[in-house]
Design a protein around this ligand. Sequence first.
Ligand code: KG4
Ligand code: ZN
Length: 346
Amino acid sequence: MAYILAIESSCDETSASVCHDGEILSNIIATQKVHEQFGGVVPELASRAHMQNIVPVVDAAMKKAGIDIPSLDAIAFTQAPGLIGALLVGAEFAKSMALALGKPLISVHHMQAHVLANLINDPKPEFPFLCLTVSGGHTQIVECLSPYEMKVIGQTIDDAAGEAFDKTAKILGLPYPGGPLIDKYAKGGNPLAYKFPEPKISGLDFSFSGLKTSILYFLQNAGESMVYKETFTADEATRKKFVAENLENICASVQQRIVSILLNKLKKAVTETGITNVCIAGGVSANSGLRNGLTQMGEKHGWKTFIPPFEYCTDNAGMIAISAYYKFLRNDFEAMTVIPSARAEW
Ligand code: KG4
Ligand code: ZN
């Protein structure tokens, strides 16, 4: 019978969760709005916002779980990867609490936690399973043999899928983060209106930078061409008019291409590994096109597919709590000298 408090602060979400023997009792997420005006996350502002948010967020998570601080059996935190200043706030907060309470400290790998978010709710995937982890900073296909054994079998060689969404949104003049807005506009558009190219990358790796460039040229040429031209065929007013009049079709077409790139590689991974329990994770797994596409592909090929509830897709402490629970079962605790890290090995 263990209560674990988990803290996530790797990017622009301050989050705290309490779990009891693998059951999530609370998952409080404070999304930092300060970055919207800058079109991307500003690391220094993220650290400051985490410092302001962390006490009220932890307090709310404890209250929602209905337990008091002395009842906690361990404190967990995201150790890597992420923005170093942002990670430091969560790490030092967790260490201070563990030290003051005399309770063990558990460190969690943010990307592994995205994968394990699939173990929060029923029905759960059986091991081994494949997980397509798609976020603002990562695009990976992970082979998960157990909560303790994971292997990256494919990944992006340039931009992440979330970056492809966010950069497209920026080119379209939409605010950050653009992924959810592209998803929203795509719902009213025709995904076959424009045909953006699919990159030719061998194996299970991904590439999104070429797509971004073709979208850029497409818009600069007001939809007439996807190739670079010395002088653009359209002036700024024409380009803006083109985007305004065709926003839904552009969003639907871009989204369908990003989703098809992701799902085609996932299909290849299933064929190569023979693993048919298939999950998605990470912020981009909130995308309705990807969710529907995975479900349809699963039905067609006889896979069992799993998609975490929305609150466990984007950055959240619930996924840190479930990961910490499995570490707790093995007494896998961390020394107080641990420090966070911007990068992480698998
Ligand atoms: O996992 P996450 O919350 O943070 C990182 O660790 O990066 O992922 C954030 C990414 C952003 O790029 C955001 O635009 C994207 O997830 N995202 C979406 C949707 N919701 C979030 N992309 C497409 N469609 C969505 N509905
Ligand atoms: Zn994440």
